[in-house]
Design a protein around this ligand. Structure first.
Ligand SMILES: NC(=O)c1ccc[n+]([C@@H]2O[C@H](COP(=O)([O-])OP(=O)(O)OC[C@H]3O[C@@H](n4cnc5c(N)ncnc54)[C@H](OP(=O)(O)O)[C@@H]3O)[C@@H](O)[C@H]2O)c1
Length: 259
């Protein structure tokens, strides 16, 4: 029987082409800079032209290769244009990191239809749209890695005020398993990274304010996470070291939730 394992270009090869959504700040920015530091060419996606250009400038100043793509992951035409422009520019797409996300707060009985729809549109449908567009290219290449940033909420549900967020992240976990089954025969892996509270981002700061100090006592490793903790998990799942891992979720939460 023929296996479907595929190898990406080695990490030292500048040919690795990586697309990171939500790369204007926070975890996405960290992932984009880390791939660039390893010699990849990185497409930096976000909605705000000035902030994604600032990340690109930072990468280029330190000798890396990156370019900006202004796109909203919840808009199908934006997503298709985004992936098309990566392939037109670089000839391929090796790694997609679906990182873009929003974290709105409202208890269900006070939640507006708009807040529900926006969260699902960005945090869940955005993952579908970007994965679909990227997978079409990766199937042609017969190789690729898709890494979806979910959340501890994938397993626990959102904290009070975040039912929409928990529903979206749970959906990302289930979606990723089906996609892994569909793309495995083409040599493409699909995995999730599920962070706990990552304190050094805008979203993490909001979450920290809402959770309070008592949350710390529930974390066996005794501290909140940092962007670098998520970056390391993404780099591993995107590498050839993870070539036989697909449909999996790597928890990065200091032990606060064990699956
Ligand atoms: N921080 C945490 O504690 C934590 C924990 C678990 C999971 N996560 C997940 O990790 C990911 C990153 O979180 P973070 O803490 O880095 O958040 P963040 O600091 O708020 O950054 C969110 C990023 O997503 C982008 N974004 C939002 N909506 C977008 C859209 N429609 N299209 C394109 N980009 C969009 C933002 O870009 P612009 O607004 O500039 O467009 C920004 O770059 C999210 O998926 C989040 O759910 C975070």
């Amino acid at each position: 029987m023929t296996d479907h394992l595929s190898a990406l270009p080695p990490p030292s090869d500048a040919g690795l082409v990586v697309l990171v959504t939500g790369a204007s700040r926070g975890i996405g920015r960290g992932i984009a800079c880390a791939f660039a530091a390893q010699g990849a060419t990185v497409a930096v996606c976000g909605r705000n032209a000035a902030s994604i250009s600032a990340v690109v400038d930072e990468v280029v100043t330190t000798g890396g290769a990156a370019f900006p793509i202004c796109a909203d992951v919840s808009i199908p035409a934006d997503v298709d244009r985004m992936v098309r422009s990566v392939v037109e520019r670089c000839g391929r797409l090796d790694v997609l990191v679906n990182n873009a996300g929003v974290y709105l707060t409202a208890p269900v009985v006070e939640m507006s239809d708009e807040d529900w729809d926006l969260t699902i549109a960005i945090d869940l449908k955005g993952v579908f749209l970007c994965s679909r567009a990227a997978a079409r290219q990766m199937i042609e290449q017969r190789s690729g890695r898709i890494v979806n940033i979910s959340s501890i909420a994938q397993f626990r549900g959102g904290t009070p005020g975040h039912a929409h967020y928990g529903a979206a992240k749970g959906g990302v976990g289930a979606f990723s398993k089906t996609l892994a089954k569909e793309l495995g025969p083409s040599g493409i892996t699909v995995n999730c990274v599920a962070p706990g509270l990552i304190e050094d981002t805008d979203m993490g700061a909001t979450s920290k304010d809402l959770m309070g100090q008592s949350y710390l006592a529930t974390i066996p490793l005794g501290c909140l996470g940092k962007v670098q903790d998520v970056v390391d998990a993404v780099l591993f799942l995107s590498s050839n070291r993870a070539r036989y891992i697909t449909g999996e979720t790597l928890n990065v939460n200091g032990g606060s939730h064990m699956v």
